[in-house]
Write a protein that binds this ligand. Sequence first.
Ligand SMILES: *Cc1c(COP(=O)(O)O)cnc(C)c1O
Length: 421
Amino acid sequence: MNDRDDVTDAVGPAAEAGDLIAELGPDSEGFFGEYGGTFVPETVMPALEELERAFHDAMADPAFHERLDSLLRDYVGRPTPLYRADRLAAAVGLGCVWLKREDLNHTGAHKINNCLGQALIAERMGKRRIIAETGAGQHGVATATVAALLGMECAVFMGVEDIRRQSLNVYKMQLLGAQVVPVSDGAGTLHDAVTAALRHWVERVDDTFYVLGSAVGPHPYPLIVREFQCVIGEEIIDRMGEIDACMPDAVVACVGGGSNAIGTFHPFLRDIDPEGRPLLVGVEAAGLGIDTDKTGASIALGSPGVLHGMFSYLLQDDAGNPLEAYSISAGLDYPGVGPEHAFLHDAGLARYESVTDAEALVAFDLLCKTEGIIPAIESAHALALLPRLAAELGPKATVVVTVSGRGDKDIDIVREAGLGA
Ligand SMILES: *Cc1c(COP(=O)(O)O)cnc(C)c1O
């Protein structure tokens, strides 16, 4: 073998895949392009560095994957089905629509994928106490669930306003043995709960692990959450291969902080060549409309800035203070977005659109009536994009939609909005 052959070997497919993953990020400082990083007080850095070491250590250990995979299968109920929704496809004018059924996971949404992964890292680190922040209470319930499963102590930080609005989830967390810690700072909502949880973590880092709920926050959290949510996209690709389905024209998911969307998108970016890759579309909440100030569309209307330890697109005022986000869906009203989405947006690797409360309600109703599936109102935002995609891609197109959760939690909201009356 001559020298040139050696060089050719070194730049074979494996090396190219490595380069691509490196390009997708994050780099060693936690940046996806210019977004991400660790914008935190010095006192938080040692805890983040310890977490990063523990995460890489776990990911390199086959025993960790064996335990995670077996709990995902037997406890969470994975793999979730990829269901071909023909009546929905006909109603929106598409050739084929596949629904990735994250609503069928234990606890009713994708959040448990990430909570379980992070709690198993806490267990390896010998930390017997986990904390979390929650807005609507979904991440709090998922964290309380895995804490009970693993026999850990659990405290969930929640704004007082959210505690008032989400009494059912507060009660569920208490039934599961968690302590709900009221946060009365600021507006008493998610933003204040994250700040309080981060502060508390630093004070008790010796025995406490912070389970962060979306692909946001300081490095390494956006990476960790992505890796635990990638099971969604990996299963979609595997299942389409098994049944010999053609590569979809588009893949759609809703974006709050961005965890179910990045878990859906990343395997397509990592494993599928650009020429064969579907259009990846993230759907933000437009709330009452992106021409109003009642919105959650951080990419459409925001600008780059720092929030909760990351540099990303934010809804902020001229002085850089985060604005209160609004959406009918409590899981999408975060004023920021995960840094990897900011990067994918700028790089043109994914597209982001927004859907109003009213459009989401129409899509919610349509899925109920055509397929007998009541989706989370967050997931209904992704479904609302289907008619637009039909207009753009034509009546033969195939689209995959991640249904991030089930709609039981939203029944009162849609009833108030007048659906089904
Ligand atoms: C929390 C939540 C979301 C939004 O969070 P992401 O991190 O953007 O995925 C979406 N759907 C459901 C059902 C949720 O509970």
